[in-house]
Design a binder for this molecule. Structure first.
Ligand code: AMP
Length: 120
């Protein structure tokens, strides 16, 4: 797998403070912010601060501290967004997963009934 990272992707620019974002939570290893085109009442993106292109890249190469920091950010978002009734976490990946931004991000979507995951 080619996990080469493009530092000019839009989330890298957000991390460098070059583009504004609506931050929901931040720690040493992750940033969570509202999606600019929300697909539901709650739509937050959680991203690692390190240069990882995809979920599998992050799982393979991120340090234990980065992975824990990311998961703690996810937990903080779920708590602050009040998704007690449930949510969906989506990591679109590469071409088959229709990933637009080549910096790993987890969509946290909820706040309403979401229906089935994929059309049957
Ligand atoms: P994906 O197809 O999984 O790569 O999704 C990328 C997501 O990033 C989309 O849901 C976009 O609406 C979102 N997005 C793109 N640019 C921004 C931005 N500047 N701030 C917040 N969300 C963004």
């Amino acid at each position: 797998m080619d996990y080469s990272y493009d530092p000019e992707n839009i989330f890298a620019k957000i991390l460098r403070g070059e583009i504004p974002n609506y931050t929901v939570f931040e720690n040493d290893h992750a940033l969570a912010f509202r999606d600019i085109q929300p697909q539901a009442k709650v739509h937050v993106l959680v991203i690692p601060k390190g240069p990882y292109v995809s979920l599998d890249h992050f799982a393979r190469d991120a340090s234990a501290q980065e992975q824990v920091g990311f998961m703690k950010a996810l937990a903080a978002v779920c708590e602050s967004e009040g998704v007690d009734a449930g949510f969906r976490a989506i990591a679109n990946t590469r071409a088959h997963g229709v990933q637009d931004v080549p910096h790993f991000h987890l969509h946290i979507i909820g706040g309403q009934q979401l229906g089935v995951m994929l059309p049957r």
